[in-house]
Design a binder for this molecule. Structure first.
Ligand SMILES: Nc1ncnc2c1ncn2[C@@H]1O[C@H](COP(=O)(O)OP(=O)(O)OP(=O)(O)O)[C@@H](O)[C@H]1O
Ligand SMILES: [Mg+2]
Length: 611
């Protein structure tokens, strides 16, 4: 080994003071990881400078050129050398690191960029002449006069040319350009009143504009909403709930997508703390928890949430790229997010996303109607058949709680009243879909999915009230299992009993099921037990007891649901519609699939070319 350590001679290790160039390169390595991190630093500086317009030009994925032009306050010629010096900043005086109101505070970014690329700064502040300064080979040059009307232009060429090792880690131009676009979009969401443009000028010339968001006007929320529509897409804006919640000094605003507008990966989750885009595991976890009831594990909510608090309650100085934060009281923030989202979801009630209808219309339209945003994947017909096979209750035991309003028979039903958004049932087709006429058009309800949600909500209500009523089986069902599975269930036996499922060990790797939840009616106890076992095995990670219970109830309700294939009478169907209207979250089943699709008359007319 010794021959590989040339600096350690016989006289032992020598401690040396590194020179500034080496120190700067090491520090820069933490701040500037790739072109996108350089863009982030430069755009944040422009925002801190009060810019109204920010233009970013890049070439070759930012590897050969990054140029950020802003119309902010600029810098006086005399300040330019300081701006490039390490630990020099105009943003804090160093007396209170817990009172930071700007993106920047370290006085580190420009010095770092100068150490890893060819940097030049041209700037002009009000009342001063324009001037420029450049760093080459780590050496800061002299300040020279330059022509500029105002604001600042920062140019960074040949990033990492002096650190070939880093250069090797760069990904393709495309991937780096995409990361840059992502950084700009996140900052653009946080600053709706600033205009942003991103141009790819690879190969010279005017280049190609790859992103543009003009300054939004209007009140704060309108501006934010318009900006989110611009950045995330019109569909998101139309299919999201407005969020506005407060708790103990923390405020959450923003937009969160309807469950039926979810994605197959966690790719569209934008979280901000005091206007700063962050990627924080605690916050992402809270977002998930907020949707737990309405999305299955493989679906991911879309959301842009802004958490604001006085700077004293959060430390932003914990990560070199400032992308993580530390809250003084993480529990409060988590609680705010989870309860704020649940509340909004409950208020959104039976609303299902319009992309569901759009997707449906897309399927009807003879020509391809563009990309379908709605990408909810339904389980295969087989899987559904299997789950329906666990047959459910008589529907009769539910009718008792329906409003007593008598619905007329479908044939001579008058136009539905405006206070029944899901309208009057007209028909049941293929033994699983209820067609109802509404004031505005028609609604198609998936009776199994809808009923599953209703049973789930009833189970939860019982749970919160006197507990879930159990019904004893005439003959206990004996289920043979592995020893490990038996142990899992036996450990949970007390909790399950509270949920109306009484089990006990039967010896020899078997479990006896003695009682099942009464709401579910005559269920296949074996299938129910196996499903609950799956849930218990799956959810090792679920954090709260409440979350675990809800997940189990959700599984159970699937067994208690009207299966497809069951014929229903008009009054039964109407009762189902009325209960859906009165039940929170009834726009989606427990897995986030829609329970109904609404088609406007105008959409139907369009299908027939009538408009
Ligand atoms: N676009 C700009 N317009 C006006 N002044 C700027 C601009 N960019 C940088 N400056 C000035 O240069 C200083 C140094 O910038 P730099 O980004 O290195 O540090 P910082 O923003 O203060 O802190 P941080 O390292 O956390 O970003 C800033 O404090 C600011 O005064
Ligand atoms: Mg900065």
């Amino acid at each position: 080994m010794m021959q590989h350590a040339p600096h350690i001679g016989q006289s032992g290790p020598v401690i040396r003071q590194l020179n500034d160039a080496a120190i700067n390169r090491i520090a820069a390595g933490e701040v500037v990881e790739r072109p996108a991190s350089a863009v982030k630093e430069l755009v944040e500086n422009a925002i801190d400078a009060g810019a109204r317009r920010i233009c970013v030009d890049i070439a070759d994925g930012g590897k050969t050129l990054i140029r950020v032009t802003d119309d902010g306050c600029g810098m006086a010629p005399g300040d330019l050398p300081l701006a490039l010096a390490r630990h020099a900043t105009s943003k804090i005086d160093g007396s209170d690191l817990l009172n930071i109101h700007s993106f920047g505070f370290r006085g580190e970014a420009l010095a770092s960029l100068g150490a890893v690329g060819r940097l030049s700064v041209t700037s002009r502040a009000a009342g001063h002449e324009g001037a420029e300064i450049a760093v080459t080979g780590g050496k800061v040059g002299a300040v020279r006069p330059a022509a500029l009307n105002g604001g600042t232009i920062i140019t960074l060429r040949d990033l990492f040319h002096a650190t070939p090792a880093r250069l090797k880690f760069m990904r393709t131009d495309r991937a780096e350009a995409q990361a840059i676009g992502d950084v700009i979009k996140r900052l653009a969401m946080a600053e709706p009143s600033i205009s942003f443009t991103l141009r790819d000028v690879s190969g010279g010339g005017e280049g190609r504009q790859t992103f543009r968001a003009d300054a939004e006007t209007g009140d704060l929320f309108d501006a934010l909403h318009a900006r989110l529509a611009r950045v995330i897409g019109r569909d998101f804006a139309d299919n999201s709930m407005r969020i506005d919640a407060e708790r103990d000094g923390f405020h959450m605003t923003g937009c969160a997508g309807l469950p039926t507008y979810s994605r197959g990966a966690a790719v569209a989750q934008y979280l901000f703390v005091n206007g700063r885009p962050v990627r924080d595991r605690m916050l992402i976890g809270a977002l998930r928890a907020g949707y737990m009831d309405v999305l299955s594990r493989d679906r991911h909510p879309v959301a842009a949430l802004f958490i604001d608090c006085t700077p004293q309650l959060v430390d932003v100085n914990v990560h070199p790229a400032k992308s993580e934060v530390r809250f003084r009281d993480p529990g409060t923030v988590r609680g705010l997010i989870v309860s704020g989202l649940r509340h909004a979801l409950a208020e959104a009630g039976h609303r299902a996303s319009s992309t569901v209808a759009a997707g449906t219309l897309g399927a009807f339209t003879p020509e391809p109607a563009g990309a379908r945003v709605y990408q909810m994947d339904r389980p295969s017909a087989q899987a559904r058949a299997a789950s329906y096979a666990a047959q459910a209750p008589g529907f009769a035991d539910m009718t008792g709680t329906y409003s007593a309003r008598a619905e007329p028979a479908p044939d001579d039903a008058p136009a539905p009243a405006a206070d029944t958004p899901l309208g009057a049932a007209r028909a049941q087709v293929h033994e699983n879909y209820i067609i109802a006429q509404t004031a505005e058009g028609i609604v198609i309800v998936d009776q199994h999915a809808a009923h599953e949600r209703l049973v789930y909500e009833r189970l939860k209500r019982q749970m919160e009230g006197h507990g879930i009523a159990a019904q004893a089986l005439l003959i206990p069902e004996i289920v043979d299992l592995s020893d490990a599975d038996c142990a899992t269930l036996t450990d949970a036996a007390a909790d399950l009993a509270a949920l109306g499922l009484s089990i006990e060990p039967f010896g020899g790797g078997a479990i006896a099921v003695r009682e099942t939840p009464a709401i579910l009616g005559n269920v296949d106890a074996r299938a129910l037990l196996l499903d609950v076992l799956d849930e218990l095995t799956d959810q090792g990670g679920s954090d709260t007891l409440r979350a675990r219970i809800d997940a189990i109830l959700s599984r159970m309700s699937c067994h208690g649901s009207i299966r497809s294939g069951r014929r229903m009478q008009a009054d039964e169907m109407n009762a189902l519609l009325r209960e859906m209207e009165a039940t929170p979250l009834s726009g989606q089943c427990n897995h986030g699939r829609p329970t109904y699709v609404a088609l406007k008359l105008s959409d139907i007319e369009r299908l027939f070319g009538r408009t």
